[in-house]
Design a protein around this ligand. Structure first.
Ligand SMILES: [Zn+2]
Length: 255
């Protein structure tokens, strides 16, 4: 069976939590929240994740976003959907809401480093759903899109790029890795002017260029050896392999 009883139950449970009990909306928009967990389930399903991962995707925000009168707990999910689903949802649930934005985000990055492949898949689908929506809104509304978030535009882009880098480094062959890096390069483009001003690419002469030297991306934190592009007759450049930020410009010797 494709549309299993367990998936049907997860959809029903998620609709109750996000829609029926609180008419939750997407942040700063008049769009019903339930579209997001359903999209995450759809992405996971397309990525041929297991039934439990698809179910966890549909339920992934129910602990974090449930209202106090209808509180959803890990134990409740374990009872209805089994322990593996409950643990997956719990792994992507933000733990300490009392911390500052920066502290919470740094803590989240540390947690991703310890994720199982299934948690990485779930987190990837969440990032893809949220940021595809963001990029789509940005196309229509420009910088206004970022006003509804808690952090300034560049901080929020930088954090997402760090999340993507951490996921892709944790599982380079994940079925969603390519889609994540595509989103990373589009996000980097939005902040490019700012990132360029604050983190200029180094310019060096060809005689000083060593293609085995490790580079580090100041935006997403990737390090490794980038592949050099040579679209120009005068120089070649090396960009971050996750977010595409230009890291190095190498001038060719003058003939
Ligand atoms: Zn980068």
């Amino acid at each position: 069976m494709v549309y299993t009883q367990k998936i049907q139950n997860a959809i029903h449970f998620s609709i109750k939590t996000h829609e029926v009990y609180q008419k939750q909306k997407r942040k700063g928009k008049d769009i019903t929240y339930i579209t997001h967990p359903l999209t995450v389930g759809l992405i996971l399903s397309q990525a041929v994740a297991s039934e439990d991962v698809v179910v966890a995707g549909i339920l992934h925000d129910t602990i974090e976003d449930s209202v106090d009168e209808k509180k959803v707990t890990k134990e409740m999910l374990a009872k209805r959907f089994g322990l593996p689903v409950a643990e997956l949802v719990d792994s992507v649930t933000e733990k300490d809401k009392g911390l500052s934005w920066i502290e919470r985000k740094e803590f989240a990055l540390e947690e991703i480093k310890a994720f199982s492949h299934d948690s990485l898949l779930l987190k990837s689908a969440d990032v893809i759903s949220n940021n595809t929506e963001l990029l789509r809104d940005y196309k229509r509304e420009g910088d206004k899109t970022f006003e509804r978030f808690n952090a300034p535009k560049e901080e929020s882009i930088k954090h997402t790029l760090q999340v993507i880098r951490t996921i892709v480094e944790g599982w380079p062959d994940s079925p969603l890795a390519q889609e994540l890096t595509l989103i990373a390069s589009k996000l980097q483009e939005i902040g490019a002017l700012f990132f360029m001003m604050n983190n200029k690419a180094s310019i060096i002469e060809y005689c000083d260029y060593d293609d085995k030297k490790e580079l580090e991306c100041p935006i997403c934190g990737w390090h490794g050896r980038g592949e050099a592009n040579s679209d120009s007759d005068f120089c070649l450049d090396v960009s971050c392999s996750i977010c595409d930020k230009m890291l190095l410009v190498v001038n060719y010797p003058l003939a």
